[in-house]
Design a protein around this ligand. Structure first.
Ligand SMILES: *Cc1c(COP(=O)(O)O)cnc(C)c1O
Length: 401
């Protein structure tokens, strides 16, 4: 963020309208145009967006929602907020996204929705997921927290994630994502009932918008037909978001160039598994996640790189392995005891667990120089080789022992 964002925040502060108001409305309109959505509703975060989206498609107490464990914990938590049970399916190792093949066998009469994730900005296999969802009359909510600016090839065109291609898509503006409002979220859909419903819920179920009451020439008294939430975005955040949106094309372009460079720089390190971009997907490369050889100690590689002054991050977590989900109900579709998932690991989620244990996220930011990137690649390869954890067959004599 630079002067333009600071100036926008100042404009909102001095406008006399601080929380959800005209800046939020303008941000929603600009966001809808960008992703090609009919409706966009701004909220306080992607977590609250997911909660409202699941409620809107009808998820209630005791229902099941199929999703991935391999995601930021907010994905699973949003299902629990509805009193529903997450049913976790495994991911594909190359894209880190939901494996559509494992979907059908966990669909039951209790399934109420599918919550898919475009993990780290890589579009998931929506066409396969939607085929199954439509066959079973299930709504699809897209966790697009990371996917602002990502694209999918659809009806012979490249379209932005968020149109949405499922039923409702949810975005995040947390600083870890590609563009930010500090905190914030957005819900996009093509269905006016869902849009009206989430607008009502985000503002305590209040029947009249503040802006409408403010502009009215006659006294209006609001009513509260439903129990809602305070999930509003402020005008200060929205003003910042509008500036960030203007930067998105340039940020995305740069990130794609950097991802392309990583692919080239790491191409001659066959022991590393680079992230796969399917031909129908164009990631915004929010994160560049590399799978280390299975025998490598992930932490040690990260430490070696940190010693060289390079900060990396552990790849995406798995909700089912967290203490919170020892207490919260979840399922992998197998009966209890069958896959050992009561002991903190789950045979049916093995690709998810491997991705968590053996992948790391490399630095990637749009201000990064080519020299920075060369240094990261060299340091990564050195750290992996030093550890002598390279599989014999893939190293072809590269391991130093
Ligand atoms: C960041 C993230 C969220 C949560 O977004 P917030 O805006 O921080 O609530 C949800 N899902 C995924 C996949 C994320 O990466």
């Amino acid at each position: 963020m630079e002067e333009q964002e600071a100036e926008a925040a100042r404009r909102a502060i001095l406008s006399g309208w601080v929380t959800q108001g005209p800046e939020v409305a303008a941000f929603e309109g600009e966001f809808a145009t960008l992703v090609g959505a009919k409706y966009a509703c701004a909220v306080s975060s992607c977590t609250t967006a997911l909660h409202l989206a699941l409620l809107a498609v009808g998820v209630r107490q005791g229902d099941e929602v199929i999703t991935v464990s391999h995601s930021f914990i907010a994905t699973a938590n949003s299902i629990r907020y509805c009193g529903a049970v997450p049913v976790f399916v495994d991911i594909e190792s190359g894209t880190f996204n939901m494996n559509p093949e494992s979907l059908e066998r966990v669909i039951s009469e209790r399934t109420r929705a599918i919550l898919c994730v475009h993990q780290m900005g890589m579009p998931c296999n929506l066409s396969e997921i939607l085929k199954l969802a439509r066959k079973h009359h299930l709504p699809v909510v897209e966790d697009a927290a990371c996917a602002i600016g990502s694209e999918i090839f659809w009806d012979d065109n490249w379209e932005k994630i968020g149109k949405p291609h499922g039923d409702i898509a949810c975005f995040s503006f947390h600083p870890r994502k590609v563009i930010s409002t500090g905190d914030g979220g957005m819900i996009t859909t093509f269905k006016s009932e869902w849009d009206s419903q989430v607008r009502l819920w985000r503002h305590q179920g209040m029947s009249v918008a503040d802006t409408a009451r403010h502009e009215a020439k006659e006294v209006i008294c609001e009513s509260y037909p439903v129990v809602g939430y305070n999930y509003r975005m402020t005008d200060i955040q929205a003003a910042i978001g509008r500036e960030q949106l203007k930067r998105l094309p340039q940020i995305t372009e740069r990130r794609r160039a950097l991802a392309g460079r990583y692919r080239k720089l790491l191409a001659n390190a066959p022991m590393l598994r680079l992230p796969e971009e399917p031909p129908w997907a164009r990631s915004n490369w929010q994160s560049y996640c590399v799978r280390l050889p299975d025998r490598c100690d992930q932490r040690q590689v990260m430490q070696e790189m940190l010693n060289a002054g390079i900060a990396t991050r552990r790849a995406v977590m798995c909700a089912h392995r967290e203490t919170a989900y020892e207490r919260e109900p979840w399922s992998c579709g197998a009966g209890p005891g069958i896959c050992g998932c009561l002991s903190g690991t789950c045979a049916r989620l093995s690709e998810s667990e491997k991705a968590q244990d053996h992948a790391i996220v490399l630095p990637l930011f749009h201000q990064m120089t080519d020299a920075d990137q060369d240094e990261v690649a060299t340091s990564l390869i050195t750290a992996v080789l030093q550890q002598s954890c390279v599989d014999e067959e893939s190293s072809k004599g590269r391991a130093t022992g």
